[in-house]
Design a binder for this molecule. Sequence first.
Ligand code: HEM
Length: 437
Amino acid sequence: MSLKAIPGESGLPVFGHTLRFMRDCNSLFDDMHNKYGSVYYNKFLSHRAVHLLSPEGNEFVLLDRENNFSSRLAWNRALKALFPNGLMLRDGDDHRYHRRLMGAPFKAAALEHYVERMNVDVASQISSWGLIDNFQFYPAIKSLTLDLAASIFIGEDLNQEAAQVNQAFVDLVNASLVLVRYPMLGNKYQRGLEGRAFLEAHFRSRIADKKASSDTDMFAEICRAEGDEGERFSQQDIVDHIIFLMMAAHDTTTSSLSSICYALGKHPEWQNKIRDEISSLGKSQLLYGDMSEFKTSGLVLKEALRLYPPLPTIPRAAVRDCEFQGFQIKAGDQVMACPSFTHRMADIWSDPQRFDPERFNDDRAEDKQHRHAWVPFGGGAHKCLGIKFAELQIKLLLFHLLKNYQIRIPAGYEMPYQPAPIGKPSDMLPLKLEVIV
Ligand code: HEM
């Protein structure tokens, strides 16, 4: 049977659809879907990218049962120079080996320690938030998640040195978002490379101590990680993994917390429901064992990630010619799973634009209609390793925030949202925090 050529368009000269995608990928998906259906191509700079706009497409790409795709080749384009050898930049047996060893920092005992420490850090940091005039939620949450990363991921106390680590990390992440990747005259890209060099030296100099320590941060866990047959990470592996982890965690969690708190500002009845749960827990801290009782925040988290998935698309590179629904995908094509589209499909979600966390309740379970309709954390071999950690951190922040504050939204405010490359409010998110007395 002959296969169909994939329809689509190349967009503007040089840029293709890059700028429109970064500005508003959802309207681009809708336009392309109306014109071409659920399989089409666009161009991003010089690259052709095939988009699959369906849960079946997500499954085809993410589960990759036929070994058609490489995650390494797809992510190398954006991340190789600044975040080399992270888990997403590995394939096959090499990925399986590293992923298994990386299980250590995500085991229940390790998570329990992070939660204890986070309770202290979060409570002390947010205590000043309600006193600030013209509070800007987005930068505040970004700085909080950065400080938490310094403390939980690498065990730094929040001092001058942690500030230097944070700055190097911010420079590195900022460099990964620029279009022109050429270092010159102290531009963002050069600062990013310098940040990377600083972090590598910083972490490398601490590996021996961390290995010998009984510290409970992620860095220490990775240094001590050991497989069943005594395999261990090399020094370079440790440095690459810890820097990658910080990157994978930071903007995604900041993005999620921003959308959740915006949604809670818009829908105060959901704040009250969460607060009722906080009252019935009757505790001043939320511990690891309490998380399963803290259910409403879990529904709110799922719904916010449905409407605002931090990664609107998940890329792979085709390493061989293959077929999807009668269309020919060619070796070398970039192929995208598209959470941001499947999360809003009217034949899966009732009233898809509405914020309605109850759709995830057991009795409605709209997300169960297709295993790959709701995929904010991806799926298959590369499914997010930090899901549990992200959930704990988000629940813990909501616990302390809603215990102390009522989130209010300025009259008539609608959050302007830039969905790509990692979703975020395109303003400072001016939510008001009113102290609960
Ligand atoms: C709500 C927050 C988060 C979201 C939405 C998210 C989303 C994702 C997605 C979509 C992927 C798959 C990428 C792909 O298949 O190409 C991924 C992978 C990954 N995430 Fe997350 N993530 C979040 C938080 C975190 C956190 C907190 C950590 C670490 C503590 C983390 C660590 C990782 C790692 C290591 C991978 C690579 C896994 C692999 O390739 O085997 N993520 N994440």
